[in-house]
Design a protein around this ligand. Structure first.
Ligand code: AMP
Length: 463
């Protein structure tokens, strides 16, 4: 077998239906993390794998846990613990895609922010795989709604984030209820101390897997630094936006208060922006993320904690409104742009008092920072920076059995729009978000309000 054959999925002991499904999903060859971890994971070994969102890590553990799953056994056989609900939702979607070739695999998401009752009912209907956050999973265990007696695979996804968020004890409580002979797969972008503690207490001679990360200089991220003063920081953010005119920008602030102040300022300047921070309720958070991911908001302003686990593709720019004191966090932040072979722009604003932190970043990345002058920033394009899409909110979601196809049908077949005029369609439990091109938004809303979705009248508003 040649070296390149080793990156083909059919070099692995996977069942033929899964291999077909992977081909259909367009997964032609394995990503580095998959190629290094899947052989050991499929052989049943415990693993500590260093991998980030976007590396294909979900399929690395997803394929391993599906391979061991017995669909005819109606019991929870795998559990994936995640730090946030967004990550849990993404993992659930990916596992369902990977399981398409298998009969009737039930994946249940258990996260906080929603009533226990519905989740309990889903568990009673039978679940093979649970994806959830530690606190909520613990709740279900404590109430006796969930049993892990038949578990064979435990996955700790983004373990470093879970530790950061103070979940060590919760993870320990949940893990103690798993059978000792299970397989444990731990994925983490970094290795803080707690990881060793977890490994010592809960893993059996884990194999360590590291994949060389492309350093920022090799990747397609262009980093530019700008010196600012405290009072001009927000003005410079607007200048950067008007100069580079990115469709989607993630702006990082070190505090919640700074996030809110920046959003207020941007709005005042006619830039569409929303904040993402820990104080938002789950529903608000879902709405903010849907609007940003579907390109109807130009700038998402977030704290590091709040932005965890969000995986938004096509992010043209990241702005470090404040420099983070932790160089590892800096590399994470800028890694959000420039994904999948696209060039990304990472713009960092630093005032005198942040130069120490910039120095640490230079050391950590082993490269000097490239400084640009503020007077190079001239407004480009005509008029203000406007997002290409607008989000329509349909009051009704999964509970009303609405599917993305129903909405697309109402807009194309019934209302007469072309597929290209419609963007992402996001169906959540009670509500549906659909992005449409800015110029048709008002009319599309009116047409949907008088027309029907899935044979029923619906209420639609512009966000
Ligand atoms: P993850 O790091 O698990 O969030 O995966 C990032 C993205 O890569 C997801 O959208 C996956 O669907 C996709 N992906 C995972 N594995 C492969 C693969 N082998 N080939 C192509 N795409 C993949």
């Amino acid at each position: 077998m040649t070296a390149s054959d080793n990156t083909l999925f059919n070099s692995l002991p996977l069942n033929p239906a899964t291999l077909d499904n992977l081909a259909q999903l367009g997964y032609l060859s394995m990503t580095p993390i998959q190629a290094t971890s899947l052989p050991a994971a499929l052989a049943g070994k415990d693993l500590i794998a260093q991998a980030q969102t976007g590396s294909g890590k979900t399929a690395a553990f997803g394929l391993a846990l599906l391979e061991r799953l017995n669909p005819r056994r109606f019991a929870v056989q795998s559990l994936v613990l995640c730090p946030t609900r967004e990550l849990a939702d993404q993992v659930t979607v990916e596992i369902r895609r990977l399981a398409r070739a298998m009969d009737n695999i039930k994946v249940v998401t258990l996260c906080g922010g929603v009533a226990l009752r519905g989740q309990r009912a889903s568990l009673e209907n039978g679940a093979h795989i649970i994806v959830g956050t530690p606190g909520r999973v613990m709740d279900h265990l404590a109430r006796g709604y969930l049993s892990l007696e038949a578990l064979n695979t435990l996955v700790l996804d983004e373990a470093d984030r879970m530790l950061d968020m103070g979940f060590f004890e919760d993870i320990a409580t949940v893990t103690k209820q798993c059978p000792p002979e299970r397989q444990t797969l731990l994925f983490s972008a970094t290795y803080p101390e707690g990881i060793d503690k977890l490994a010592k207490q809960f893993m059996r001679s884990p194999e360590r897997i590291t994949v060389a990360q492309p350093t920022t200089s090799e990747s397609l991220i262009e980093q530019r630094f700008y010196e600012v003063t405290r009072p001009t920081r927000f003005e410079v953010v607007v200048k950067l936006l008007n100069h580079f005119r990115p469709v989607s920008t993630l702006a990082f602030c070190n505090t919640k208060q700074q996030c809110n102040e920046l959003v207020a300022y941007l709005k005042q300047q006619g830039v569409s922006a929303l904040a993402l921070h820990g104080d938002l309720e789950q529903r608000e958070r879902d709405q903010v993320l849907a609007q940003f991911a579907n390109r109807s908001i130009s700038v998402l302003v977030a704290t590091d904690v709040a932005s965890r686990g969000i995986d938004i593709k096509e992010l043209e720019a990241v702005i470090n409104v404040d420099i983070t004191p932790d160089p590892e966090v800096h590399v994470h932040r800028i890694g959000r742009t420039g994904r999948a072979g696209e060039t990304g722009l990472a713009l960092s604003l630093a005032a005198m008092y942040e130069m120490g932190a910039v120095g640490k970043i230079e050391q950590y990345q082993n490269q000097p920072s490239v400084w640009h002058k503020l007077d190079e920033l001239t407004p480009k394009g005509s008029g203000p920076l406007l997002p290409p899409m607008i989000t329509l909110q349909i009051l009704g979601g999964r509970k009303e059995k609405i599917r993305p196809g129903d909405v697309l049908g109402a807009l194309t077949a019934d209302a007469g729009y072309s597929r290209e005029q419609i963007g992402k369609i996001n169906v959540t439990e009670f509500t549906t978000f659909v992005a449409v091109q800015r110029d048709i938004a008002l009319e599309a809303m009116q047409k949907l309000n008088v027309g029907k979705v899935k044979g029923k009248s619906v209420k639609v508003r512009l966000l």
